[in-house]
Ligand binder design. Sequence first.
Ligand code: FRU
Length: 425
Amino acid sequence: AGLGVASLGLSSMNGSAAAVETDSTDQWTRAEAEQIKLTDDTTAPVISDNPNSISDDYWIWDTWPLRTRDGSIVKINGWQIVFSLTAPNDLVPGARHNAATIRYFYSRNGKNWQEGGKAFDAPLGHHQWAGSAMYDQTEEQIYHFYTAVSPEPEFRQRPALGIGASIETSPKGVELTGDQEHLIMGTPDGEMYQTLEQSKDQGIVYAFRDPWYFKHPETGEDLAVFEANTPTGSKDPSDPKSFNGNIGVMRATNDELTEWELLPPVMEAIGTNQQLERPHFVFNDGKWYLFTISHKFTFAPGLSGPDALYGFVGDSLYGDYKPLNESGLVIANPEEAPFQAYSWLAMPQGDNILVESFENFRGLDNTSRGSISLDEVGYLPSEEQKELFGGTLAPSLKVQLNGTETKIVAELNDGHFLPSVGRSG
Ligand code: FRU
């Protein structure tokens, strides 16, 4: 990806000599996105059989596993734990975002999941959106990264962190206990990261959300990538420059992780795409694989791409990144079912990745020819809307990583949706 709006500078960090150097922000360019094409290697099979059932009472969408500081998936006394955005499934699907609550689920075999309840006692925000969960094995406590969101229609978003939950296991199940301290990790600065107020002038959706924790594999620093926008000053929604998605990063400035500083974004899609959602890394063979999800409707005028998992590969936090498969496309929904899944999350599995996602809308197409378009769903009677919505986990996909190329090699239609982990913890 070519060089873009550069926010250069070496930030000092706790006086630590090993601190990561910030560098110029890479761009996902229009020329790269113009290469997007669905191939056998990048197109998911149509979901025909979906044995993943995790809850009878709730819609489930964005989901993440409990991971250690190093990023491996945690298994404690035989139990795996995942966290999901949930909302009561008597709501119409579109209403779920304003009612999203993070709940945890646990399983011994990765197939049969039990509901554990809410992840927090008193989180920040009217409701909570996506995040990540880190378990420090020495402290034996969970760091819950999430997005504290204000009510509709504003949806002001603030990355938040809840510290202090511990895990109690028994042969029967898992319980999260302990008082948690909740704090806001940061707010947009208006220069590297667009504020809600700036985005109002622009008349377009804004984002400052989805913190995903990771430990820098070389310097050991505590970092979090997140979804945001770069202020471009453009106030015209037909101007490609109004499409200004970025992948931001912040760094903890103390060991308790209670204080964070914003660093320049690692990736921008100015003129290309408005939303680079749920960004996350997979470290493989010394390479930094940066993944993000995006929608068809957030591509800038003149570009088209599917609801999909997109990805880039580089040598360090600031790249330089190359889009995977020339364009960035890694997993697209099939043309026959363009909204069948969303919110893909890639997890390392040996030399491959395993990618979980949720089942979104069935039976919709792009065109509204003969079928229903995504825009029309909200106008259907509520029972019909619910009928079309999956609201559960989709079959996970195994994807081979091969330098700058990837290939979907298998669909896990056996009910498992996480990489299998050995005994630990
Ligand atoms: C992706 C997403 C996230 C956000 C959540 C809101 O599916 O848009 O970016 O946290 O869903 O429901």
